[in-house]
Design a protein around this ligand. Structure first.
Ligand SMILES: C[S@@+](CC[C@H](N)C(=O)[O-])C[C@H]1O[C@@H](n2cnc3c(N)ncnc32)[C@H](O)[C@@H]1O
Length: 219
């Protein structure tokens, strides 16, 4: 299935304006994001599936122990940029259209799955994580970096209001109040090391500042 573009799967997500905005924003955020991306991917080996790869900014951080990355990206403009980033990467990266809720890859084919700021944007988190569980081998890892639910009640209320109204419309389907760790547990993953962090670390807290970086394992 990999490498054979399927129009229906490839066009499930169409956010051309967000794609342009995200490309500029993510490149500007790279000085802050680079250490996070490096930590997210450090020590990975074997076959890796990256879900929602965007413009491919993770590709430069995969260690040489990774034999192959298959990168799923549904948004056409971002996928094109990811294809260009794949050509510059030091490990082989195959960029493929598709959506997290119906991953176009075979079961148990991957040593690890990478989720980087993507659970906020998928349409159906539980279904996406069932798919992640299907495609990672038993004992395989999920590496995740996600923003989500704030610890304090006031910010949580603000996040819930934004998620019901403008945030997903403005930011390509993104939600700020999701609970990535709870969703991973609910999908049957065993949580490994993980830590909360604020992005940006200093300055005013934004609804999207509350992040978690870590690992989980398919039992
Ligand atoms: C905030 S961007 C993050 C991009 C990239 N992972 C990064 O670290 O820069 C969210 C990404 O999720 C993708 N996305 C949205 N809905 C998706 C879905 N249902 N399945 C897979 N990816 C999706 C978007 O197209 C976008 O590339």
């Amino acid at each position: 299935m990999v490498g054979r573009p399927r129009k229906a799967a490839g066009d499930v997500v169409r956010h051309p304006v967000f794609a342009r905005f995200y490309t500029r924003l993510s490149e500007r955020a790279e000085p802050v994001m680079a250490p996070v991306r490096r930590e997210l991917l450090s020590g990975l080996s074997g076959r890796v599936l990256e879900v929602g790869a965007g413009n491919g900014l993770n590709f430069g951080y995969y260690p040489g122990t990774v034999s192959e990355v298959v990168a799923i990206e549904p948004e056409r403009a971002l996928r094109q940029l990811a294809v260009e980033a794949a050509q510059r990467a030091e490990v082989p990266v195959d960029v493929v259209p598709g959506a997290a809720e119906a991953l176009p890859v075979k079961s148990e084919g991957y040593d690890a799955v990478v989720l980087c700021i993507v659970l906020c944007s998928v349409r159906d988190v539980a279904r996406a994580l069932r798919e992640v569980r299907r495609v990672v081998r038993p004992g395989g890892e999920v590496r995740f970096f996600e923003h989500g639910r704030a610890p304090g009640r006031a910010m949580r209320t603000a996040q819930a209001g934004l998620d019901r109204t403008v945030w997903p419309l403005l930011f390509g389907g993104c939600h700020v109040g999701r609970d990535a760790v709870g969703a991973l547990r609910g999908a049957g993953f065993e949580l490994g090391e993980h830590r909360e962090l604020l992005m940006p670390e200093r300055g005013p807290r934004l609804p999207s500042s509350y992040c978690v970086l870590g690992t989980a394992r398919r039992p």
